[in-house]
Ligand binder design. Structure first.
Ligand SMILES: [Zn+2]
Length: 392
């Protein structure tokens, strides 16, 4: 492990980092700031691989990696820190070797264990910023809460199949729980092993985490609101949703009720009566309705059906009652109070619509998501409408 002495810059650093230092937003001062920074990457998996490699290359002076897992062959299509020779070894060891090959002049600190309510605050206390690449809900809430308690910014990402989300949470500007106050019912969101993951999507989102991390360290991030991005690799689209702190958030709100790490396994497995908002149990589900439930719901409640797919996909076929609205236009759609009825959000496979429904619920709307999206709706052979092609 190389000791780091970052002040003043060495001639070697001038050579190594010249192409980014020539950017006026970086410069010598910015590079020194990066070399003095301490960043922790949670998880040496798919997201952590891309994020850590770019952060090492950019000269983050102290780069921590926390993971208790070992490398498996099935990891290698997306976890590009590791190679076939590392199968069976600790991910932290494999990560340290790879990161030092990329940049031997930074300090890599490895934490060869999983994060827990008992150790998280001690580990985080050594770092300025947290990059979250964890792949399960208990760890995601644990990492979020600890970052809030210690006032550390967190660059968060999650990926599944062909989709990814990325969020930048800064102290005072909102946290993961502001957007997602309660975890999804256990088993309702499949993991990568069941649902699959397109490896390069992890590279895109992990690289974005590195970009947003370096921007935060250099003070290049827009100061007024949080950033939440949704990437759809099949559609080749990014959607950006601004968000703000939720004053009633249980960890970062005005009167927080959770002020130290809790039991996250029970929170995510059983729900927490303090943190879980009241919800209808008529359908037995949380925020998502399967196609037949949705059909009954639309009839019984006169719900407005909002389709957030691309406009061209909407014209190619949609649920007959649906109207189109781009994800980023949801605020203006509901801004004039036009919707007193429930809202049913619809997308291709039910992932983005679940985000959208969560987002609208936080704004007080009775919003629901069509589970499985229009794919599941069509498989259920429910009514479908195709717009006439415009005459030319
Ligand atoms: Zn919050």
């Amino acid at each position: 492990m190389c000791a780091t002495n970052t002040v003043p810059l060495k001639a070697r650093d001038l050579g190594r980092y010249q192409r980014q230092m020539v950017l006026p937003q970086v410069g010598i001062d910015g590079q020194k700031r990066l070399l003095e920074s301490r960043v922790l990457v949670v998880g040496a998996g798919a997201l952590g691989s891309a994020a850590a490699m770019y952060l090492a290359a950019a000269g983050i002076g102290t780069l921590g990696v926390v993971d208790g897992d070992r490398v498996e062959l099935s990891n290698l299509h997306r976890q590009i820190l590791h190679n076939e020779g590392a199968v069976g070894t600790l991910k932290t060891t494999s990560a340290e070797e790879r990161l030092h090959l990329i940049n031997p002049h930074i300090q890599v600190r490895t934490h060869n264990h999983f994060l827990s309510a008992e150790n998280v605050l001690e580990v985080f206390s050594h770092y300025d910023l947290i990059v979250n690449g964890s792949d399960n809900f208990p760890t995601r809430y644990l990492v979020n809460d600890a970052a809030v308690f210690l006032k550390r910014p967190m660059v968060d990402s999650a990926i599944l199949r062909f989709e990814g989300q990325l969020a930048v949470y800064r102290p005072g500007l909102g946290c993961y729980r502001c957007l997602f106050p309660s975890p999804p019912p256990k088993g309702s969101v499949p993991d990568c092993a069941d649902a699959g993951i397109f490896g390069a999507v992890a590279g895109v989102l992990g690289s974005m985490q590195a970009v947003e991390t370096i921007k935060l360290l250099l003070g290049l991030t827009s100061p007024d609101s949080g950033v939440f991005l949704v990437y759809d690799a099949l559609q080749s689209t990014w959607h950006r949703i601004p968000f703000h702190r939720n004053p009633s958030c249980v960890v970062c709100g005005d009167q927080p009720t959770i002020t130290q790490p809790i039991d996250y396994e029970s929170f995510c497995g059983l729900g927490d009566p303090v943190a879980t908002p009241p919800r209808s149990d008529e359908t037995g589900s949380d925020i998502s309705l399967d196609p037949h439930q949705a059909k009954h719901f639309m009839t019984g409640s006169h719900a407005a059906v909002i389709d957030i797919r691309e406009l061209s996909d909407f014209h190619a076929g949609h649920i007959p009652q649906a109207q189109h609205c781009a994800l980023e236009d949801l605020d203006s759609l509901v801004a004039d109070g036009a919707y007193q009825t429930p809202l049913l959000l619809v997308c291709a496979v039910g992932v983005r619509s679940a985000y959208a429904a969560q987002y609208l619920r936080l704004r007080g709307y009775d919003a629901w998501s069509l589970a499985g999206g229009v794919d599941a709706w069509r498989r259920s052979e429910l009514p479908w409408s195709v717009d006439d092609p415009s005459p030319h």
